[in-house]
Ligand binder design. Structure first.
Ligand SMILES: NC(=O)c1ccc[n+]([C@@H]2O[C@H](COP(=O)([O-])OP(=O)(O)OC[C@H]3O[C@@H](n4cnc5c(N)ncnc54)[C@H](O)[C@@H]3O)[C@@H](O)[C@H]2O)c1
Length: 394
């Protein structure tokens, strides 16, 4: 018999809605599962979102105080999908209550906060997960298998970038993402976390870095109401300071000797959501870009003069793809990755199996971020050190 797993979602914005929809879809997508997710309680400070939680998503109840949601006896797993600065108190309370916890990235907004979350989960012995959803893209999983099989030979270079336009409009509101107390760092917390988690998933640990940052749009119109990503002010509106970085770049060395370059931006005009990587080896290369999520470019070194990059289309022959679309080259979408990660985490919870990426992998990511931050001031190469002191946890 499937195990009933009661779910609490803390914050019903973009990602809270996405995870809540995943819970609703899991039974029909994954008939062979060990659990049945139940949307027990949603916490959100906005009344309209609480109403939607019950009316449109089918949560049994919605509350304004997230502590009440965590303390509910019928909740087994807590999803932390509120703005970054709420992650740590929510995670610490969930761990103290003995609940398994899934946190959206970046887990707090500063490296030390991610480490605190990891330590709380380790001390409480609860299972944890972090929302690096791109690791679950079927063609990214295939890329990892190809690299591990030696198909690319020895990896010599990795190029990672996440160039998004979500902050490119200078009239875009000064929402929580641009404020140090609420978001922590800027693009290095928000989207470099995706790029570094992908790189470490595909190629291995990063050992040293050097980099730079810039804040391209220093002031933005002040928000009114519960605007998240999409609010827009008027030129005459009062403005406030952007307190964290819009752009960052990084050179790095991987443990296996490969070199790497990274670029992340929320203000460049042009690339709309270019979360992309290129991996180069002695026998071949791979390239993937979220904007064309259902395509993987593969170059195989041969003597054939007609050699060149081949496009591999997504399809049911790759992990998880057939859950959503049968056959070949029938595309899947971003929320499908969220459904895969939620299913995989809940399956691990239900069967007491190991799960990755957990808070441990999130610490591996912020170890790199911390070295980058130090290099901004020292203006030199910095070694990546384990901020959690090498402890493994659960
Ligand atoms: N994995 C990804 O690709 C991805 C994508 C987007 C966002 N995120 C992460 O998800 C988190 C949320 O981002 P978002 O874009 O969904 O934000 P959002 O602003 O759309 O939603 C945040 C929600 O939290 C609610 N909230 C605010 N304060 C609260 C409180 N005290 N108690 C309960 N609810 C509260 C807000 O009312 C809102 O509904 C962030 O940490 C972000 O980094 C991850």
């Amino acid at each position: 018999m499937n195990r009933r797993i009661g779910v609490a979602v803390l914050g019903l914005g973009w990602m809270g809605q996405s995870h809540a929809r995943s819970m609703l879809r899991i039974p029909s997508l994954f008939p062979k599962r060990s659990f049945d997710p139940v949307l027990v309680v949603c916490a959100d400070t906005e009344e309209e979102r609480r109403e939607r939680a019950v009316r449109d998503f089918g949560f049994e109840r919605a509350v304004a105080d997230w502590r009440e949601a965590i303390d509910s006896d019928d909740v087994d797993v807590v999803w932390v999908t509120a703005p970054n600065m709420l992650h740590i108190p929510m995670i610490e309370a969930a761990c103290a209550a003995g609940k398994a916890v899934f946190s959206e990235k970046p887990i707090g907004g500063k490296p030390e906060q991610t480490v605190a979350a990891y330590q709380a989960a380790t001390a409480a012995g609860v299972r944890s997960a972090v929302g690096y959803n791109y690791l679950w893209a079927p063609l990214v999983l295939h890329a990892r298998n190809l690299i591990a099989s030696g198909a690319l030979g020895d990896i010599t270079h990795y190029r990672g970038r996440f160039v998004s336009m979500y902050g490119s409009d200078e009239l875009g509101l000064l929402t929580w993402r641009f404020i140090l107390d609420q978001a922590g760092y800027g693009v290095t917390s928000d989207i470099l976390s995706h790029s570094v988690s992908l790189a470490q998933f595909l190629v291995g640990d990063i050992t040293e870095v050097v980099g730079m940052r810039n804040t391209t749009i220093p002031q933005r119109p002040l928000p009114t109401g519960a605007a998240s990503h999409y609010g827009r002010g008027r030129p005459e509106d009062p403005k406030g300071d952007v307190e964290n970085e819009d752009f960052a770049s990084m050179l790095c060395t991987f443990e296996n000797g490969a070199t790497g370059t990274f670029e992340v931006s929320r203000t460049m005009v042009g690339p709309e959501s270019q979360n992309a990587f290129e991996v180069y080896g002695t026998k071949g290369a791979l390239a993937w870009n979220l904007e064309k999520m259902n395509e993987l470019q593969y170059y195989k070194l041969t003597d054939d003069p007609s050699s060149g990059y081949t496009t591999i289309f997504g399809g049911e022959r790759f992990p998880f793809h057939g859950v959503f679309s049968p056959g070949q080259a029938n595309p899947i979408g971003l929320e499908d990755l969220v459904a895969i990660e939620d299913y995989s985490f809940l399956e691990a919870v239900a069967t007491d199996a190991p799960f990755s990426p957990s808070f441990r992998e999130a610490v591996d990511v912020v170890n790199v971020q911390q070295a980058l931050i130090e290099s901004w001031d020292s203006r030199t190469w910095e070694n990546v050190v384990d901020l959690a002191g090498g402890s493994d946890g659960k």
